[in-house]
Ligand binder design. Structure first.
Ligand SMILES: [Zn+2]
Length: 102
């Protein structure tokens, strides 16, 4: 278990899921476009973008450890700040040095 002290909060989002929706939408849309149904093609694209947006807005937040990337889910206050790239750089390198990956 992680005993770190530095965390950030991010959306509990699976990038593969979002990508699947976009790729599927683009594929179906290209099919309609090919058959000259551009209006339907654009609607499908717009629909896919909308689904992505709705899914994203319904996501819960997850607290992640900067060092070992452990994710914390559950009912507690999300007090960690938003992701900070500089902090991540510093802490990840420190962690990797400690476990001997660098
Ligand atoms: Zn940790």
């Amino acid at each position: 278990m992680c005993g770190g002290e530095d965390f950030y909060t991010r959306k509990d989002f699976d990038p593969k899921m979002g990508l699947t929706v976009v790729v599927m939408g683009a594929g179906i849309s290209a099919g309609f476009y090919w058959f000259g149904r551009d209006l339907i093609a654009y609607s499908v694209l717009g629909g896919a973008a909308l689904i992505d947006l709705i899914v994203y807005r319904r996501l819960k937040e997850v607290t992640v450890c900067y060092r070992c990337h452990t994710e914390f889910r559950g009912a507690y206050a999300r007090s960690a700040p938003a992701f900070d790239l500089h902090t991540a750089d510093v802490l990840e390198q420190e962690y990797e040095r400690r476990i001997g990956r660098r």
